[in-house]
Design a protein around this ligand. Structure first.
Ligand code: GLY
Length: 396
């Protein structure tokens, strides 16, 4: 489809059918899928391939991160998780590099009576939602993962929750975009441009004006901050900081199993902790969750809490080299679900607010945005996630 068929008013000059503001995992997947639909696409971001996905652990946890009250999101997260094997294969072929997708499953365990009661409640929720998860005794958990502490009292085997390596994923998306002809403007966006009540592109930090028939705001937790957004249009997203550690697992001795073979997670004294073992030996331990604005300082307390809780699950982690401590900002939304598709400002679409599920929802977000960029409408199954579900924020 050419620009003339989606908008008769495409601006002249440095213009494209689609301008994506933000080159994180969501911006890149949107750009790649839109280019695949025949649209000319530009991405504006000083460091494309950066953002929250550089920090994220990459759990595809549609089931183990399902929370009460978030059931409407489940259809979306399950559908995206189901697409992952094919999506990863297609992306790997397009980019010529891996994504680290592993169909390894997850084990959610409980250490004390309170944790076990909480996990039983999760199990009941899974059953109500028709999800297959299996209750295991502590001994059965340790049979699956021998490095688990003797104090593990039970757990849930969740064979449907896998993992991907978000850094390799975004690197592959960047290459795939470049190969698909996506143009990158490696600068900050100074402001959105609006002409006759319609978004018409953006101005970059150096003053370059980029015109576009459709502009997509995919700037993660910064999406609500973009200058030039008319009153009431700024998406209600906020930063939710998370600290994540990266350790290195030893090569298993001949004949021995791996240190961990699947994602292991738990709620310890009310805080979630997870350990995500990669095929290349990296072990990702996450994540804290703090609402403290834009601060991404990794604190001693955050690292202590993660190591203390992870050590209670898997005592052997204290022997491992600690390679990295880093914090990122999840783009939280009022209902923890993403804002997808046309906004109240003609010409402006949103792909933001993915909160804990940006990596998981990447395949489906790309598909949904490509469809709404081509047709101007969200596919029916994605309409509950329209940005228009939130009343306009009117400034005082
Ligand atoms: N999805 C994992 C996290 O947000 O910590």
């Amino acid at each position: 489809m050419s620009v003339s068929s989606i908008s008769p008013t495409a601006p002249a000059g440095t213009s494209s059918d689609v301008l994506v503001i933000g080159g994180g995992v969501i911006g890149l997947v949107t750009a790649w899928r839109a280019a695949g639909r025949g649209l000319s696409v530009a991405v504006a971001d000083p460091r494309p391939g950066g953002g929250a996905a550089r920090v994220a652990a990459g759990m595809l946890a549609a089931i183990t991160e399902l929370h009460h009250g978030e059931e409407p999101l489940l259809d979306l997260t399950l559908a995206s998780a189901a697409r992952y094997p094919e999506f990863a294969a297609e992306l790997e072929a397009a980019a010529g590099s891996g994504t680290g997708f592993r169909a390894c499953g997850t084990l959610a365990v409980a250490l004390d009576a309170d944790d076990r009661a909480e996990l039983r409640v999760s199990h009941a929720l899974h059953q109500r939602c028709g999800l297959h998860t299996e209750w295991l005794t502590g001994r059965e958990c340790r049979r699956l993962e021998p490095m688990l502490a003797p104090s593990v009292r039970g757990g849930l085997r969740v064979d449907g929750d896998h993992q991907v390596d978000p850094r390799r994923l975004t690197d592959a998306l960047l290459t795939a975009c470049e190969r698909a002809g996506v143009v990158f403007h490696r600068q900050w966006v100074r402001e959105l441009t609006v002409s006759r009540d319609r978004a018409t592109g953006a101005v970059l930090a150096d003053g370059t004006a980029l015109g576009a028939a459709r502009t997509v705001l995919a700037a993660g937790s910064h999406s609500g901050e973009l200058a030039g957004l008319p009153p009431g249009i700024a998406p209600p997203v906020r930063p939710v900081m998370g600290e994540v550690l990266r350790l290195a697992m030893p090569e298993p001795p001949d004949g021995a199993g791996p240190f961990l073979s699947r994602t292991v997670r738990a709620v310890v004294r009310g805080s979630a902790v997870y350990l995500v073992p990669r095929a290349d030996g990296e072990l990702v331990v996450g994540a804290t969750s703090r609402e403290q604005g834009w601060d991404t300082t990794v604190t001693a307390g955050g690292v202590y809490r993660l190591l203390r809780d992870a050590h209670e699950l898997v005592p052997g982690i204290t022997e491992l080299p600690l390679r990295e401590c880093r914090a990122g900002l999840r783009p939280g939304s009022p209902d923890n679900a993403p804002l997808l598709g046309p906004s109240a400002l003609p010409g402006l679409q949103l792909a933001t607010g993915h909160y804990r599920n940006g990596v998981l929802l990447a395949p489906l977000t790309g598909e949904i945005l490509a469809e709404s960029l081509v047709t101007g409408e969200l596919p029916a199954f994605a309409r509950p996630f329209s940005p228009l579900r939130f009343p306009s924020v009117v400034p005082v």
